[in-house]
Design a protein around this ligand. Structure first.
Ligand SMILES: *Cc1c(COP(=O)(O)O)cnc(C)c1O
Length: 407
């Protein structure tokens, strides 16, 4: 069956490899232009002023993202922290902001907050928020946006990836159309894009098509599997500096922040990112084609254009979801002997099952799978450092699913 699927998806795999070649050339060209050398890979200490390695890395990153400026830092704890720094850096008491692509990723709920409750959330600072639901056809609702925008509105947020929501991810082409439309409605609105899971999938990023600011995590795509933690913020200089003032301190902003020993992994991870993201993409295409062959509904389908590394499969039965995740865990290089079970999770109404046996805790550029125990029992699969590993893991998952007697 693996061979059948591989034959079927061969044209997609070749296309991905061509795109990886182009990304790799772009990254290499930037490394050469900025004369990356051994001295850039060294650790800085203390205040971290004049850290040549950090400055060079950030110039390269900005260039690759088509942005004026970028910060790429180990001090950013996660994707959520990077996004939080952007929102708090830009918005001021009395401002309002709008999520154009429906409710955002779960972890942002508490960042946004509900009222002045002393929690330190945006709401606690009198920054109000509204999410525009997608239409029945999973399209952005521009009419609702137009109605929602008020004098107080300063920022419009777009989430590129589906995250763990049951909706399609938004391609750069669609994000470009959103940006155009927002600018038509009001040209002074700041446009922020949550770029998590999207980096190095398409040939360009949201900042290439007019987004003012983007953010993401280094334990997803752009860390190439080597970054041990961290995040990035890229975009217009003014806004990156505002986010940095919030992340570090006003007056220190982008200038300070020792990189300790992270830079070698960041440079090497960024260099590997096109390849590693390519492997994850191949794995996602393979997974979609294999599960489709077995009669399951997949999104995206194996032959669809992608803008992120997330693969959704509707498994239809709780036993199959559990078996799938247990198979992925059993095929992990770390903690393969542990078997995940569904459990209650903060922020989720239903029990969730999560499989991840990763070298870097929670790194979802490494192979991981998860899903809430509710119909249609959807598994979200993402990452994988090598295509071979993903194929082996899917094979093990299918074994586990067959053992349930349900397929
Ligand atoms: C992963 C992710 C985040 C942030 O995740 P962290 O776990 O905080 O790194 C935000 N938005 C989307 C769409 C994501 O996929």
């Amino acid at each position: 069956m693996i061979e059948r699927v591989e034959q079927k998806i061969d044209p997609m795999i070749r296309r991905i490899e061509k795109e990886v070649d182009q990304h790799q050339w772009r990254v290499l060209t930037s490394f050469r232009k900025h004369r990356v050398s051994e001295q850039h890979l060294q650790a800085s200490t203390g205040y971290g002023y004049d850290d040549m390695g950090r400055e060079t890395l950030e110039q390269i990153f900005a260039e690759l993202m088509g942005a004026e400026m970028a910060i790429v830092r180990p001090h950013i704890t996660s994707g959520t922290h990077a996004i939080t720094s952007c929102l708090f850096g830009i918005l001021r008491p009395g401002d309002a902001f709008i999520y154009l692509t429906g409710e955002p990723y779960d972890t942002l709920e508490q960042v946004i907050g509900k009222g002045k409750d002393g929690s330190g959330s945006l709401a606690d600072f009198d920054i109000t928020y509204q999410a525009i639901s997608l239409t029945d056809h999973q399209e952005v609702d521009f009419l609702a946006l137009e109605k929602a925008i008020s004098q107080r509105t300063r920022l419009i947020a777009i989430q590129r990836s589906r995250g763990y929501a049951d909706r399609p991810s938004f391609s750069i082409e669609r994000i470009q159309a959103m940006i155009k439309k927002i600018r038509q409605i009001r040209s002074d609105l700041i446009i922020f894009v949550d770029n998590c899971y999207g980096e190095f999938v398409e040939q360009i990023e949201p900042t290439h098509v007019g987004a003012d600011l983007i953010a993401g995590s280094l334990i997803k795509n752009p860390g190439g599997g080597l970054a041990k933690s961290g995040g990035y913020i890229a975009g217009k200089m003014k806004y990156v500096k505002q986010a940095a003032s919030r992340l570090v301190a006003p007056g220190i902003g982008v200038e300070g922040g020792a990189t300790h020993g992270y830079l070698r992994d960041y440079f090497q991870g960024l260099f590997l990112a096109p390849h590693v993201v390519g492997e994850a993409r191949k794995g996602a295409v393979f997974t979609a084609a294999m599960l489709d062959l077995l009669g399951f509904k997949t999104s995206p389908s194996w032959d669809e254009q992608r803008t992120d590394i997330i693969q959704q499969v509707h498994l239809g039965e709780p036993e199959l979801l559990i078996a799938f995740c247990q198979g992925i865990q059993a095929a992990s290089p770390v903690d393969a002997h542990i078997s995940p079970v569904p459990a209650a999770m903060p922020g989720y109404l239903d029990p969730v099952i999560m499989a991840a046996g990763t070298f870097v805790q929670g790194a979802s550029i490494e192979l991981s799978a998860d899903g809430p125990l509710r119909p249609p029992y959807t598994v979200f699969l993402q990452g994988g450092l090598t295509f071979s590993h993903i194929k082996a893991a899917i094979a093990l998952s299918l074994d586990q699913m067959m053992a349930t007697g349900k397929i």
